[in-house]
Ligand binder design. Structure first.
Ligand code: FE2
Length: 280
């Protein structure tokens, strides 16, 4: 009981510190390019903004794509046909400058800092292949991420994504706003799952499927999302899906131990194909 009270006081204290830091940093936020305010507004309203690499038009896009497809072609065969649960195949590609340079484009960082409201850090990039699955498990279950109070993840689809490819799906923030009845119902279910995630049937009891938003789109589709504030998941699929996942939080994040996976040895790292060939 005493510990509970102590924890509550500590979390209220840290929330207050966080709110003050937001106020203090507000005058220092970088200027946005014309039109980018739309992205911030969509993130605040829905939690998600969907665009394309072509629309963003960042200078390093062609290098990003060339390297990403090179690396994708080098991914080992997962040999998982016999498994019921085919866990995603993830490589850390943060050290590949052609990929990280895109993630560090100043315009992108400015947009993210304006949304997060504090100095930010770019943790890194995963190249990820999600396999076909008939059942919901792992990130196919509905969940929210835990690295920080506000997290921006940018997903770049590397193949066309339709219903059968298992698009990213989310519930607009306005339907689960803090202190709403839906918010508490969803998060109670999540708590009961030990934060591992809940399935479609459980979510339907709170938010009708007609309100869920599915992000289908061609290769090169870019999804910018606050994965903390937005309840989300990957959908079950009959075809594999490949994508890049970029991760950003405030600096420092609330849970730094959850962010190391983007640069440490949690997942294997890939060398550049040219480097491999040159070393032969
Ligand atoms: Fe997630």
């Amino acid at each position: 009981m005493l510990n509970n009270i102590k924890n509550k006081i500590a979390s209220l204290g840290s929330e207050l510190v966080y709110r003050l830091a937001l106020l203090k940093h507000a005058p220092n936020l970088p200027a946005l390019e014309e039109g980018d305010r739309i992205i911030i507004n969509a993130l605040k309203r829905d939690g998600v903004y969907v665009t394309t690499l072509a629309e963003l038009g960042l200078n390093s896009t062609s290098d990003l794509l060339k390297t990403a497809y090179n690396q994708l072609s080098q991914m080992e065969n997962a040999n998982n046909d016999h498994l019921d649960k085919k866990w995603p195949q993830i490589y850390t590609v943060t050290d590949l400058s052609e990929i990280s340079t895109w993630g560090r484009e100043k315009r992108l960082l400015n947009i993210i800092e304006n949304y997060i409201g504090l100095p930010i850090t770019f943790h890194g990039v995963h190249l990820r292949k999600d396999f076909k699955s008939e059942n919901q498990f792992g990130t196919l279950l509905w969940h929210s991420d835990a690295e920080d109070r506000r997290i921006i993840k940018i997903f770049v689809y590397l193949n066309d994504v339709e219903e059968k490819t298992g698009p990213f799906e989310y519930i607009p923030r306005s339907l689960t706003s803090l202190f709403s009845w839906n918010y508490w119902r969803i998060y109670y279910k999540l708590l009961k799952s030990s934060y591992l995630g809940i399935n479609d049937e459980e979510v339907k009891e709170v938010i009708p499927k007609s309100a869920w938003k599915s992000c289908i789109g061609p290769a090169g589709t870019v999804i910018i999302v606050d994965t903390k504030k937005t309840f989300h998941h990957g959908t079950i699929r009959t075809e594999d899906r490949s994508a890049l996942f970029f991760c950003y939080t405030a600096n420092p994040p609330e849970r730094p131990e959850l962010c190391t996976q983007y640069w440490d040895d949690t997942y294997p790292k890939m060398e550049l194909r040219e480097q491999v060939e040159n070393s032969r």
